[in-house]
Design a protein around this ligand. Sequence first.
Ligand code: MN
Length: 299
Amino acid sequence: MLPRSAPEPTRRPARGPNPVSSEADAPALPDLGHGRHRPFVLPALPYAEGALAPTISARTMHYHYHRHHAGYVATLNRLLADSLPTDPTLASQSLISIIRSSADNAARTGLFNNAAQVWNHSFYWRCLLPGGGGRPGGAIASAIDRTFGHYATFREHMIGAAVGQFGSGWAWLCVEGDRLTIRRTANARTPVQVPGLTPLLTIDVWEHAYYLDSQNRRADHVTQVVDRLLNWPFVNAILEAHQRALNPVPAQRLAPTGNLPTTTAIHTPRLPAPVPSPAPSWQVADTRAASFARLARRR
Ligand code: MN
């Protein structure tokens, strides 16, 4: 009988002593489903692969989710396993903490790129909804009116930011304090790198997001996403959590005194003060304001 070969070395999933959700360091954001232990898991798609057709076909969704997103998750887990011997703290960091601690660290470019792309895609899927898009309701409708004056202005600038991102990247609507802000980021970069900047929605403008369906017509793709797919209920849930954190209602402190009815203002977050016009209260993250403005006007 031949001697059995040595067993393949196996990588045991690293389990941090304090398992945390992937969004533990950004409390207004929902848990996106990466799991609390390592390895990080690929969150399930929140709808069927063909649910966003015709704007995003089942074929695009299949490659985007099963190849690109799944690939980022697999690579992230491999890089984490490789890095743990030199940095055991990675075992118990949230995904957002890993993104923040590896950003702009030349020794951890791969870790950053894959961690950020895992988070960005998990968030992006949730930003889309069959039958979504168009004018929102709820808290985001008021916030858009305060910040941009009118939904049509927001729409124009959101589309302009996505179309104007040179090369691969993402367009974002974020909330920072009491202001909405449109950002665009290159490659894997993401607003969750920045504590205090809370993303509300994103549009993937890497070519893999639209090329099978729309080829080079990024503007057509982005316009359809905005008009048909944006998940405003998801946006409202994040914005409302953000506003509660910004303006906590002291219901717990008031109740025991017995001096105020406990129903007063509970779950009614104070709305942020109106942004004075005409100063624009939105901005794009990069400095190519001139080219951005030209693109916005061209539409
Ligand atoms: Mn993508």
